[in-house]
Design a protein around this ligand. Structure first.
Ligand code: SAH
Length: 509
């Protein structure tokens, strides 16, 4: 690294929603050797820092009052030792973040730096509460103000009279504790008490809560509703627009805790959909996917591929592990020759397309029964290779064997994860979850067998609801003595989401 290259990045992490990081922030985080972060900016660390990077919360450096010089020292020391440092701050570094002081300290020490702006909490809160900060009919200016200052101070740095006259929207940071004083000071200087005012707590996150009141009554209402930090105060006629414009808290699964029991690398789509519906997804991989115990049957089948007329895939994992082994054995997709390809459902078909292969057959309903039926005539009298896990239903093989010559190979092994002591199950027991999604019989069985009596009671009482992906999975749940609250139509993730939304709307109706 040359001296001219930046060694410290003062990075704004945005208001807490992981999607509100900038691309530059992600880039810096993924390169950093040391990340010095504020408590409010902890969320992106898990996902974007590289393995082995050191993450230090500034609260570990010392008590609040003594922390400033320690933060400066830690940044400078690490930079002088040649490390790439990210100083990660909530919101934007230059909006009530003391980013200016940190930059001055770096300059004084001769350390080169870069400032990466972030979505400041005021903008995040306004957007996610549905309060346009400016509006042609109501407000032509915005002021960001610190609410940290005691309005009763003898020589206030804030000109309350000017703020009371300010022709636009006022946004107070760090103001919950002093709400009463802030409102009184503004009203005393002439702002009308019935000016609409809102508080937004944990804006942009699944914990967001919004309170709408008037300037005169906001402090009392906030006390009654127990609003604490971090919260933002927005004052002005634009607050009234929220009634029409709010969207985030109206999402159908807003704030609902949903357990996702898929293996981690497969949970992505489910997690994204849940997020967009407003839910708080919690991951718990109830089964793990591993290499098969024995590759030799697979290798033998790979060597004889041209003998088969059909290759049948019943899962995304099946596709991935099959091709992994095919490539590892020194072959490539040409080894498939003219064999026809069947995929059990849309996701499995998509996994084949990733290898530039278009399946010849995808049944209209995504289940073994439909696949067997669709193949019955087309594969009659032919040789079929069934690519699957080392456990699961035998139905497909049995059905196909009636009209075709079937061989099956296990290209991956599915094992029950050890769920004892799992954090997610503790949350279920403590009543923090609303729904549990079950995406296969094996997953359902392993999860249910790991539940204690309190958790089972919660489910039986309907406080936590089980939602299953298919009739087969539902059957397994019932056999284990628990009720199924919802079932996906179409055996897909989308169907599972629709079942959740139906349940949630029934609950709130
Ligand atoms: N630099 C930050 C502000 C730091 S001051 C920024 O640009 O956003 C800390 C204050 O920001 C908190 O007291 C609170 O008023 C506000 N704040 C930060 N994150 C918030 C959030 N997610 N929801 C509501 N207020 C938030």
């Amino acid at each position: 690294m040359t001296d001219a290259e930046p060694k410290v990045f003062l990075v704004g992490a945005g208001p807490g929603n992981p999607g509100l990081l900038t691309l530059r922030a992600v880039e810096c985080l993924s390169r950093a050797d040391l990340i010095l972060y504020d408590q409010l900016a902890a969320a992106p660390l898990l996902e974007h820092t590289r393995a082995g990077a050191e993450c230090v919360c500034v609260s570990e450096l010392g008590p609040y009052a003594e922390r400033r010089p320690l933060i400066h020292r830690a940044m400078i020391d690490a930079a002088q030792r040649g490390k790439v440092v990210v100083r990660l701050k909530g919101g934007d570094p230059f909006v009530f973040g003391r980013g200016g002081e940190e930059a001055e300290a770096l300059r004084a020490a001769g350390i080169s730096f870069e400032i990466v702006p972030g979505v400041t909490a005021g903008l995040g809160a306004a957007a996610f509460a549905g309060i346009p900060l400016t509006h042609r009919a109501y407000s032509s200016a915005v002021a960001f103000v610190t609410g940290h200052e005691d309005p009763a101070k003898e020589t206030p740095a804030i000109d309350w009279e000017a703020l009371a006259r300010f022709p636009g929207t006022l946004v107070f940071y760090m103001g919950v504790a002093r709400l009463g004083g802030i409102a009184a000071a503004l009203i005393e200087k002439g702002k009308t008490p019935d000016t609409p005012a809102a508080l937004v707590h944990w804006a942009t996150t699944s914990r967001q809560r919004t309170l709408v009141s008037t300037l005169g009554q906001l402090a009392e209402a906030a006390r009654a509703a127990q609003f604490t930090a971090p919260s933002l105060v927005i004052i002005g006629p634009v607050v009234a627009l929220r009634e029409q414009v709010q969207w985030f808290e109206r999402r159908p699964l807003f704030g609902k805790g949903v357990l996702v029991t898929r293996p981690r690398h497969q949970a992505g789509e489910l997690m994204r959909r849940l997020d967009e519906l407003g839910a708080v997804p919690i991951e718990l991989a109830a089964v793990e996917i591993r290499e098969p115990k024995d590759w030799s049957p697979v290798d033998a089948a790979l060597a004889r591929l041209p003998q088969f007329q059909w290759l049948v895939f019943t899962s995304v994992n099946g596709v991935r592990w099959f091709f992994r082994r095919l490539l590892e054995s020194g072959r490539d997709v040409r080894a498939l020759g003219a064999v026809q390809l069947a995929a059990i459902g849309p996701s499995t078909a998509e996994a084949l397309r990733a290898f530039h292969l278009e399946p010849d057959l995808v049944p209209s309903r995504y289940c073994s029964e439909s696949l067997a039926e669709a193949l019955r005539e087309r594969a009659a009298g032919q040789r079929v290779l069934l690519v699957r896990a080392d456990r699961g239903r035998e139905l497909l093989r049995e059905e196909l064997a009636q009209s075709a010559q079937v061989e099956q190979i296990a290209v991956y092994s599915q094992v029950d994860a050890d769920l004892t002591g799992s954090e997610a199950l503790k949350r279920l027991r403590d009543g923090e979850l609303d729904y549990v999604t079950l995406t296969s019989s094996n997953i359902a069985r392993n999860l249910i067998l790991a539940l204690d009596q309190t958790s089972r009671d919660r489910i039986t009482a309907g406080q936590v609801q089980l939602v299953s992906i298919s009739p087969v999975t539902s059957q397994t749940v019932r056999e284990l003595g628990l009720p199924v609250a919802g079932e996906a139509m179409g055996y897909t993730t989308k169907g599972l989401m629709e079942a959740l939304v139906r349940l949630a709307s029934r609950k709130s109706a």
